[in-house]
Design a protein around this ligand. Structure first.
Ligand code: ATP
Length: 236
């Protein structure tokens, strides 16, 4: 098992955002997290990434307890995240944004080779390496956000709403990249995606979050055909 959460509670002040969340992410799998707005999906990703600290419970990555570790240490263990809303540094160039992804010891040694890999994966980023990130299209910024995450050499990569606000052709491209990272690089993927049908089709395993609790789990295929999921999240 790559990542295991056991009975994780997370609070913002008095408000509980994750309630007794337990889940497993097998190495090399794609795990989808499904839920309505405010269900706690981003909080889950932020907690695994070390940005929020659980009040209770454990998070083990490759057998090591990581709950409460600062985010740079989590990242240095090989857990990367592509945050919601892309969040590139707008005034820095594409190349500078990518460099920012490789600041940790884990990534630094291989920075040059990784940069070439990222440019090969995203030729547009290579063409625009000297352009300020903030002047690029939403789709290009999303590719940059993914590229910057890859610069940190993740083994497990978490995507929070990677297709949000993007044109359909770009959405397809984002999913193609996620599939490629999974199939060709063997990366483990946690995917939070409003495009529930696509994410369940990609996923080996999926969890449904409601009000901070896991209320359903199964293979992507099982949940795709579950009546409750179809009504609540697929509009069928
Ligand atoms: P969305 O898809 O709308 O982003 P989500 O499933 O990702 O929703 P979260 O963003 O994790 O949900 O939010 C879970 C709950 O925690 C919500 O009730 C939200 O209002 C609350 N919350 C999130 N961030 C904070 C914060 N920084 N301070 C206080 N409450 C927060």
């Amino acid at each position: 098992m790559s990542l295991v959460l056991d009975h994780v509670d997370v609070f913002y002040g008095d408000a509980q955002a994750l309630d007794d969340v337990s889940l497993e992410v097998p190495r090399g799998s794609i795990v989808a997290i499904v839920g309505a707005n405010g269900a706690g999906k981003s909080t889950l990703i932020r907690t695994i990434a070390g940005i929020e600290t659980p009040r209770r419970g454990s998070i083990r990555y490759q057998g090591e307890e990581i709950a409460g570790l600062p985010s740079y240490r989590v990242c240095n263990l090989g857990i990367g995240q592509v945050a919601e809303g892309r969040q590139v540094f707008p005034t820095l160039t594409v190349a500078e944004n990518l460099q920012m992804g490789a600041l940790l010891p884990r990534a630094r040694a291989k920075e040059k080779a990784t940069l070439e890999e990222v440019y090969a994966l995203f030729p547009k980023l290579a063409e625009r390496r000297d352009q300020a990130a903030g002047t690029m299209s939403g789709g290009e910024q999303q590719m940059l956000a993914i590229g910057r995450c890859l610069m940190s050499q993740p083994e497990l990569i978490m995507f929070d709403e990677p297709s949000l606000g993007l044109a359909p052709a770009i959405v397809q491209e984002v999913f193609r990249i996620i599939k490629l990272l999974h199939e060709q690089r063997g990366m483990t993927v946690i995917l939070v995606e409003q495009n529930v049908a696509v994410s369940l089709k990609l996923a080996d395993r999926a969890y449904v979050l409601e009000n901070g609790r896991i209320v359903m789990q199964g293979s992507g295929e099982e949940l795709l055909h579950d009546d409750r999921v179809r009504q609540a999240y697929l509009g069928l």
